[in-house]
Design a protein around this ligand. Structure first.
Ligand code: NAD
Length: 483
């Protein structure tokens, strides 16, 4: 059986302590993961600090850009291995992994390799009170050693969304991927090795969050922490890093709404809400969990949404037309099922789903769950307030614009929203009043890597994407010259 190992100072390292890597399609153990220990974290940090002042630290921006393009080229050459590894860890459909996860992982390196070449600074000619002049200008420096902690839902895509800009800006990186999905991170370490990224520049630390993740964020020698994951973990990390006052970037959970206005194109809205609720089994931070439908459309919309949800094909990742695979793990399956039970206890009507599909084959030992639509709950119900992160939405009726804006904003989260309407002025008006970082109108998850990405309230701190990422991963240093 394969053993997945950490990558430290240019070597794969085994700690001698292991836990199982499980395939969520059928519960089989597919690999053993060697969990890093404290000494290994220390070695990774020491090697990264040394690399900052070695050949890596002396590369020009253009040379770093060329190297990052080589990383992308090699990832593209090994694309099938990345696809197979991501499917084995997550059970996602081949279609999704092939069209989103892996190509976007590669694209992140290409994008930031190019973007960093155009990173500018600021400059001001300053008049002193005595009538003299000074020139102020800023230069960008790397932060130093950046700890990258990433989740399991889009493993390669979200890890590279941080690793690529951090390296582009000249930092050294220590990546800790989710313990559920370490395989593509190991392939990425192999790629770094193969294309000649100097040792110590990219390190990979494998292990569980509460064991290894916590040690990494509190270890001396880490200059910044960038984290994508649950809001509760974000709170924990914020407390851990407070002692050493370092930059943090947080992309956290969401409780995202879709609003279907009276002037929506109902075909587009049904298809859009199906996609935004059930893509990746609802395990995307941007997924819709609350749907507000104008009273004039409520009954036909709900009926059509139910039909479409019941037509979703659930199955093996490589099966034709499969839209939903399993959830990522048994633990997560139990968490989502607990919310299905809670919904019933809170008085919800289950429009469709609400349980576990039965296949009468090895998938019955996996982590599958039915796409589920609920209705009948108030906005204060826990099911309408807490992030479930599964293939489920609650559909409510509304009457007017001000009401729906107030209800959509009634959540501790503030990540994303989708608005469905053909009424242009209404779309602009409402989009600006929703307390979230990202609003889509008549679409969902349409991404431009230059656009600011992130959330407000419990959904995060800071923005990623384009120049926002470069701003986080570099430190502007102002130089003032008297002239
Ligand atoms: P999680 O918080 O459990 O784990 C994320 C990462 O943090 C993993 O690598 C984990 O090992 C590590 N970790 C756990 N405890 C830690 C600790 N105490 N110290 C340091 N590291 C620790 O999240 P998850 O279950 O992997 O991912 C799902 C969550 O991520 C959802 O809440 C989802 O909304 C959120 N998410 C947000 C975005 C976004 O861009 N806003 C994107 C994807 C996922």
């Amino acid at each position: 059986m394969d053993i997945l190992q950490s990558y430290i100072n240019g070597e794969f390292v085994d700690s001698g302590e292991y836990f199982d890597n499980i395939n969520p399609v059928n519960g089989e153990v597919i690999a053993s993961i060697s969990e890093a220990n404290e000494a290994m974290i220390g070695q990774a940090i020491a090697s990264a600090r040394e690399a900052l002042s070695g050949p890596w630290g002396r590369l020009s921006v253009n040379e770093r850009s060329v190297l990052l393009h080589k990383v992308a080229d090699r990832m593209a050459e090994r694309e099938q291995e990345f696809i197979d590894a991501e499917i084995a860890d997550t059970g996602k459909s081949l279609f999704q992994v092939k069209t989103i996860d892996i190509p976007r992982g590669t694209a992140n390196f290409r994008f930031f390799a190019d973007q960093v070449k155009y990173q500018g600074g600021e400059s001001f000619v300053t008049q002193t009170p005595g009538g003299e002049k000074a020139l102020n200008y800023s230069v960008n420096k790397p932060l130093g050693v950046v700890a990258v902690i990433s989740p399991w839902n889009l493993p390669l895509l979200l890890a590279t969304w941080k690793v690529a800009p951090a390296l582009a800006c000249g930092n050294c990186v220590i990546l800790k991927p989710s313990e559920e999905t370490s395989s593509t991170a190991v392939l990425l370490a192999q790629v770094m090795d193969e294309v000649g990224v100097p040792k110590g520049v990219f390190n990979l630390i494998l292990g569980r969050g509460k064991v290894v993740g916590d040690k990494l964020t509190t270890a001396p020698g880490i200059d910044a922490v960038t984290f994508t994951g649950a809001s509760a973990t974000g709170k924990q990390i914020m407390k851990s890093v407070a002692e050493t006052v370092k930059p943090i970037s947080f992309e956290l959970g969401g409780k995202n709404a879709a609003i279907v206005f009276a002037k929506a194109d109902i075909d587009k809205a049904v298809a859009g809400v199906i996609r935004s609720t059930f893509t990746n089994c609802g395990q995307v931070c941007l997924c819709t969990e609350k749907v507000y439908v104008h009273r004039s459309l409520f009954t036909p919309f709900l009926e059509r949404l139910k039909q479409a949800a019941e037509n979703i094909k659930i199955g093996y990742p490589l099966e034709q037309d499969v839209f939903m695979g399993p959830l990522v793990s048994k633990v997560h399956q139990q968490k989502v099922l607990a919310y299905y039970r809670l919904a019933r206890e809170e008085g919800a009507e289950v429009v469709t789903g609400g349980g576990v599909p039965v296949f009468n084959d090895d998938r019955d030992s996996g982590c599958f769950i039915e796409p589920t639509i609920l209705t009948g709950l108030g906005d204060e119900a826990r099911v309408n307030q807490e992030e479930i992160f599964g293939p489920v939405c609650h559909v409510s009726v509304f009457d007017d614009e001000e009401e729906v804006i107030r209800r959509v904003n009634n959540t501790p989260y503030g990540l994303a929203a989708a608005i469905w309407t053909e009424h242009l002025a209404q779309a602009h008006r409402v989009a600006a009043k929703i307390d979230v970082g990202l609003v889509w109108v008549n679409t969902w998850f349409l991404r431009d890597l230059r656009a600011p990405f992130g959330g407000v309230k419990l959904s995060g701190i800071g923005r990623e994407g384009g120049e926002h990422s470069l701003a986080f991963y570099s430190e502007p240093s102002n130089i003032c010259i008297k002239i």
